[in-house]
Design a protein around this ligand. Structure first.
Ligand code: HEM
Length: 421
């Protein structure tokens, strides 16, 4: 075991990190994998960065040694949850460990299971059509602000049972929290916005209790764990997690796909000619761009990993993005291969916390991309106006991505957003 920890200058929320990922992600990830596969950064109170696929898998799958727990300040400060730096407000169940984790995850699974997602597909198509119809005659739209942002946001609110007209509030808040660098003055504002968003759940939970519907919140307010109702504070933590999980990630995957296809006409043509390829292409974009770059754990005991001694209480960054470019697992990880097979990427995580919404995300992704390639196949980006997130350390996304295309016809008459609920 190494006597001294390898200290690297590493900050996943920095501009330098973003630059290296944008310019040559594979080279950046592989340098770390070769030279410092388990490295120590002094940022954010100190944390380990784990970059090889095998080690990422081990940390994610050993939830006894590597805890996801987030202790709120009044309960002690031992555990900081899954973001680096830690989040002052907890998300449930992602920031819980077994056994209580399973009680909550079990309650949520059915809402995102393949059969449930199948039933939601017409709604996904309807929301996508609504967003495209609003812009199709003009020949210009912002692929993020007018489409890849709203569709996942509207769908997430729809399954939760939150009125659609407020989708902007939730989407803007969720985006700001992830793309604002932790040390910046704007971060405090973003966190205040997040707290306000959490506050809105109070009324919605009350309303769903009064008038239940066929949605997650109505289901949760009537649910029992060990014979007891779920406290409102925990219901808020669950709603917040689903909004954060659902709103930003699929948007980022779509945005990176649009950007790549625009500068790679042969692959755009391939997907237009053969939409059946969209599923495997989506998996490849998940691998390559990895919307959720890194999440954290806290070691519960001293443990050896990759020749380093990780001490109990130390934080560990699971670098999903790097694992997805590990040459030990992926042949030519630097290439985007639309029909790559097998493709065991780690973009949805590994282990018990593996993404709850993966099927939901895949379905939305496929529908939105298919509609874009059908209805505006010649879209061109206004690249000088496209804007990446300032920090991509949590989510590798875009703020905006304006585009032009040959105008087309609406599919249906204009309707108000509220009529879509
Ligand atoms: C491209 C889209 C998405 C990506 C890349 C993604 C990525 C991830 C990752 C990496 C994890 C694992 C976290 C960990 O191990 O600590 C996760 C968990 C989770 N995701 Fe996603 N996600 C996506 C879409 C969604 C959607 C659409 C939803 C819900 C509407 C969602 C809800 C969740 C939830 C609730 C968890 C926590 C699961 C648990 O702790 O059991 N995600 N996601």
């Amino acid at each position: 075991m190494a006597q001294q920890r390898p200290v690297v200058d590493f900050d996943h929320h920095s501009k330098e990190y973003a630059q290296r990922v944008f310019s040559n992600p594979t080279a950046f990830f592989q340098l770390m994998q070769r030279e410092h596969p388990v490295a120590w950064s002094e940022k954010y109170g100190g944390f380990w960065i784990v970059s090889r696929y095998e080690d990422v898998k081990r940390v994610s799958e050993d939830d006894t040694t590597f805890s996801s727990r987030n202790d709120l300040p009044q309960q002690g400060v031992a555990f900081n949850g899954i973001t680096i730096p830690g989040n002052p407000a907890r998300s449930t169940p992602i920031e819980m460990d077994p056994p209580e984790f399973f009680d909550y995850r079990r309650l949520l699974n059915r809402w995102f299971a393949p059969a449930a997602v199948e039933k939601l597909k017409p709604k996904m198509r309807e929301f996508t059509t609504w967003c495209i119809d609003r812009n199709i005659e003009s020949g210009c739209l912002d692929l993020v602000l007018d489409l890849a942002g709203p569709v996942p946001a509207m769908m997430t609110l729809h399954v939760l049972g939150i009125p659609l007209e407020h989708w902007h509030l939730y989407a803007d808040t969720a985006h700001a929290v992830v793309y604002t660098p932790p040390d910046s003055p704007a971060k405090r504002k973003a966190i205040e916005g997040d707290m306000m968003m959490r506050g809105t759940f109070v009324e919605i939970i009350k309303e769903r209790r009064r008038k239940p519907g066929d949605d997650i919140i109505s289901h949760l307010v009537g649910a029992r764990i060990n014979g007891k109702a779920i406290p409102d504070s925990t219901l808020i933590e669950i709603c917040s997690l689903i909004v954060h999980g659902g709103v930003d990630t699929t948007t980022s995957l779509l945005a990176n796909t649009f950007e790549y296809l625009e500068r790679t006409p042969a692959d755009r043509r391939r997907l237009i000619d053969d939409p059946a390829l969209i599923f495997s292409a989506g998996e490849e974009f998940l691998r390559y761009y990895c919307p959720v770059q890194m999440l954290g754990r806290t070691a519960t005991r001293d443990v050896e990993l990759g020749g380093q001694l990780i001490r109990a209480g130390e934080r560990v960054g699971i670098w999903w993005a790097a694992a997805n470019h590990d040459p030990a697992v992926f042949e030519h990880p630097e290439r985007i291969i639309l029909d790559r097979f097998p493709n065991r990427h780690a973009a949805f995580g590994l282990g018990i916390h593996r993404c709850l919404g993966s099927n939901f995300a895949r379905a939305q992704y496929a529908i939105v991309l298919e509609e874009v390639l059908k209805r505006m196949p010649d879209y061109r980006l206004m690249r000088d106006q496209a804007e990446h997130y300032e920090s991509i350390g949590t989510v590798n996304g875009y703020v905006k991505m304006p585009a032009t295309f040959t105008p087309g016809k609406r599919r249906s008459a204009p309707v108000e957003l509220t009529a879509l609920q």
